[in-house]
Design a protein around this ligand. Structure first.
Ligand code: ADP
Length: 653
């Protein structure tokens, strides 16, 4: 290469990315590459034509009696191509430790000496000592620092720390140019170290980072936390960087140090955590069951909308408060249960509690509650988790099912009882009837006289059978819509008297029947046949269920616009819990056994229908062992005209 093709030479030099300084044979500077400009803080213009020693500290202008540049050239072959370690002087006088490789070409006016520079990340003692121990010492420490083995060991340690630290570390001087960095830093930024060393930080685009650097050079500690877009590569890295000023022995800030951390993973993990947390929060909020977390002091930390609404308070009213502060005395009971779980450390699953159990006001609710102690990874108790399910509807459905089941069982039992009783009742009059008829037949065949009482008894059994069959038919009509009524004005006192008279004529004679008529005749609008059926049924029952004999009192009296008929007996009475069922079909009270008392349990059922359909009411007052009084209240006539429908035929029959 000659000066004549200097244009091409210049172009080549411009293209070189490394820091190079080119000198001529007179040791004057001819050119600096851009990288060298950045590294040394001079521009090529400023240095062109200046002696190379402009870049060399005064004490090194001559080494071992030889101008420094010549000295370097002579040493190069003996170094085996290895660079020489020496300080160069930056613009402003600051010394910069560099590896210098020297090359030489041409003769005389065409002679060119090229110095390739590399900023040393390593401590000085790591490279072979270029000038021999003495010179090296002179170079490095400017004669100020004593060379000791300890110094080298400490430096090596520093280098090990810097190189192996899991953080990017770099140093910048006052200008502020990066003078040193470790590989980790280069990896984070995504550019080779050679490009980064010598980079002036104020040429970066990122204003925030420039602010940090400026503030650091003012003596402040600063922090940079965001995505950093490298200017030397296309890499964008979320980073966290801390900057601290570096002070000399006089306390002056001579530069700064930065440590930088790639936080992509942390951010990803944080994002993941945030997503998970959002997911959990959404699940918690929208879950169709109540959930809460309480701290070891039993204060609500989290609670979802569902549980808050079960407690009847908004979510905010719970946080930081204890259950009794939110729920009053119901909360005290809950706290006792919670405390049990916290003390035992054992979960409690599917505990069934009702609002009644915890004395909570409002409508009855049932809950299934699961409680479990929550421990941190270190085993420390963090608090208590609660899952609460409102099972009121399920519970009610269960109760309803149980009730229906009981009723169904009861219905089956009643049907079976009825079949047994009905067959027994129907059969009972048949045997004596058949015997009496056979006896009559024999007597007539032999021309013997017939006893009228035998015929009367036969007829009695027949009537009994007819009455039973009538009851069955009537009950079936009631069941399918009601008995037919043929209403007409009736003198109720006369009707009652007639029924009593008939009963007196046909009953066993053990009982006595007393009638207490009203002071004046009482008229009702009704079906005489059906009302007679009601009175005679009550009377028959009074006679039947009064085994000890005694007097049956039948009274009739006016009560406002009602006629009140009462049949009072001194019989066995009816247990209180059975009274409400007396007017149901087939019902027979517990205290009547089939053997002692016949009956199908239909009479009162039919009476109830007849009375109700006359616009009246039937009820009983009874005491077990002390007798019963059946009352029938019917609207009197003509007062009842307005309230009672006109006489009409009923479709049944
Ligand atoms: P039954 O044909 O069984 O008498 P009822 O319908 O007339 O049918 O009566 C239903 C049940 O009511 C009776 O089985 C009996 O248990 C009870 N009962 C009715 N009247 C009386 C009464 N006067 N004293 C005691 N129990 C009575």
């Amino acid at each position: 290469m000659t000066c004549s093709d200097g244009g091409e030479f210049k172009l080549l030099i411009e293209a070189v990315a490394d820091p190079l300084v080119v000198c001529d044979g007179q040791e004057r500077i001819v050119h600096l590459t851009r990288a060298a400009e950045r590294l040394l803080g001079w521009t090529a213009e400023e240095l062109r034509g200046q002696p190379f020693t402009t870049l060399v500290p005064q004490r090194l202008h001559h080494v071992e009696g030889c101008p420094v540049l010549r000295y370097l050239l002579q040493r190069q072959p003996s170094q085996g191509g290895h660079p020489t370690l020496m300080p160069l002087q930056r613009h402003g006088g600051e010394e910069l430790l560099l590896e210098v490789t020297t090359g030489h070409a041409g003769e005389g006016a065409h002679e060119r000496i090229v110095l390739s520079l590399r900023r040393l990340p390593e401590a000085p003692s790591f490279t072979p000592e270029p000038f021999g121990k003495d010179v090296s010492l002179k170079l490095w420490h400017s004669g100020h620092v004593a060379a000791t083995r300890e110094f080298n060991v400490a430096d090596r340690l520093y280098q090990l720390i810097t190189d192996n630290a899991p953080l990017g570390i770099f140093h910048f001087d006052r200008t502020p140019v990066i003078t040193l960095c470790n590989d980790y830093f280069a990896r984070i930024i995504g550019s080779p170290k050679q490009l980064l060393i010598g980079l002036n930080l104020l040429t970066l685009r990122d204003e925030r980072i420039k602010d940090c650097i400026r503030a650091t050079l003012q003596g402040e500690h600063t922090c940079y936390e965001q995505s950093y877009a490298s200017v030397t590569s296309t890499k964008v890295t979320p980073v966290r960087a801390l900057f601290a000023p570096c002070r000399d022995e006089h306390g002056e800030v001579g530069g700064g140090v930065g440590i930088i951390e790639d936080v992509s993973e942390q951010l990803r993990a944080e994002e993941e955590r945030a997503t998970q947390a959002a997911l959990v929060a959404t699940l918690l909020r929208t879950a169709p069951i109540g959930m809460a977390f309480l701290d070891p002091q039993m204060r609500y930390v989290r609670i979802n909308d569902m549980l808050a609404s079960m407690n009847g308070q908004p979510v905010e009213e719970h946080i930081g408060r204890k259950p009794h502060e939110v729920l009053g005395r119901a909360g005290i009971r809950m706290e006792q249960v919670f405390q049990g779980v916290l003390d035992s450390g054992k979960p409690l699953e599917q505990l069934e509690l009702s609002s009644q159990d915890i004395r909570m006001e409002g409508p009855l609710r049932h809950w299934a509650i699961s409680l479990y102690p929550v421990h941190g990874q270190d085993g420390r108790l963090l608090g208590l988790g609660a899952v609460v399910e409102d099972v009121t509807e399920r519970k009610q459905a269960e109760q309803e099912r149980a009730r229906l089941f009981r009723e169904a069982q009861e219905a089956v039992r009643m049907r079976d009882d009825f079949l047994t009783i009905a067959s027994h009742e129907l059969k009972t009059p048949l045997t004596p009837l058949s015997l009496r008829l056979a006896n009559l037949e024999r007597r007539l065949e032999h021309g013997q006289p017939v006893d009228p009482s035998a015929v009367r008894h036969a007829r009695h059994h027949l009537l009994r059978l007819t009455a039973l069959i009538n009851d069955l038919l009537d009950a079936s009509h009631v069941q399918s819509g009601g008995l037919a009524l043929h209403r007409q004005p009736i003198q109720l006192d006369s009707l009652a008297e007639r029924v009593i008279h008939l009963a007196q004529g046909s009953h066993d004679g053990v009982h006595h029947i007393e009638f207490h008529p009203p002071p004046a005749p009482l008229q009702v609008l009704g079906d005489p046949y059906r009302l007679e059926q009601v009175i005679s049924n009550l009377l028959e029952n009074a006679l039947q269920y009064s085994p000890d004999g005694g007097t049956i009192h039948v009274s009739l009296e006016p009560r406002g616009d009602l006629a009140l008929l009462s049949v009072k007996d001194p019989g066995i009475g009816i247990p209180a819990d059975q009274q409400q069922h007396l007017f149901e079909r087939y019902f027979r009270a517990r205290n009547v056994s089939t053997h002692s008392y016949g009956g199908l349990g239909l009479g009162l059922y039919i009476c109830h229908d007849i009375v109700e359909r006359h616009g009246g009411r039937i009820w009983v007052e009874s005491d077990v062992g002390h007798g019963s009084t059946f009352h029938v209240a019917l609207p009197t006539y003509p007062e009842a005209q307005a309230g009672v429908a006109p006489p009409s035929e009923h479709p049944a029959h």
